[in-house]
Design a protein around this ligand. Structure first.
Ligand code: IDP
Ligand code: MG
Length: 138
């Protein structure tokens, strides 16, 4: 079974959307393999998003991701990576399909409420960035 790394971003935690997003996670057949709440430092956010370090939005993104607490999840399911990205929808909520989390909950292209790994290799890196093997269940 595949795993992916999901984050409930600061804008969603701030607006009391943790429960709603976790309900969707479970309704879509994911098992929660690991979960924690954390307030990332700017440095931790920079390390997590290092692939984007050359992008114009990198500084704003890492400031935003370290602006408040997040919920970090390792999710297990068949085809977890593409399935979670499908449920999240396009990066920009304005372009996301109806019924997707980003369409329904996202505020703008930056504050788009959720993160999801974009490949199994990146999922493995992202899960190991936040969780030790001993804290990943199933
Ligand atoms: P993804 O989250 O859909 O995989 P990425 O391109 O990997 O999108 O970008 C990572 C995060 O950076 C996005 O989820 C969003 O929060 C932010 N972001 C992406 N593009 C922009 C932009 O053009 N302006 C501001 N923030 C952006
Ligand atoms: Mg991405």
């Amino acid at each position: 079974m595949e795993k992916t790394l999901a984050i409930i971003k600061p804008d969603a935690v701030e607006r009391n959307l943790i429960g709603k997003i976790l309900a969707r996670v479970e309704a879509e057949g994911f098992k929660i393999a690991a979960m924690k709440m954390a307030h990332l430092s700017k440095r931790e956010a920079q390390g997590f998003y290092y692939v984007h370090k050359q992008r114009a939005f990198f500084d704003d993104l890492t400031t935003y991701m370290s602006s408040g607490p997040v919920v970090i999840l390792a999710l297990r399911r068949e085809n977890a990576v593409p399935k979670w990205r499908e449920i999240m929808g396009a990066t920009n909520p304005a372009e996301a399909a109806p019924g997707t989390l980003r369409k329904e909950l996202g505020l703008n292209i930056e504050k788009n409420s959720t993160h999801g790994s974009d490949s199994p290799d990146n999922a493995a890196f992202e899960i190991s960035y936040f969780f030790s093997q001993a804290n990943i269940h199933g």
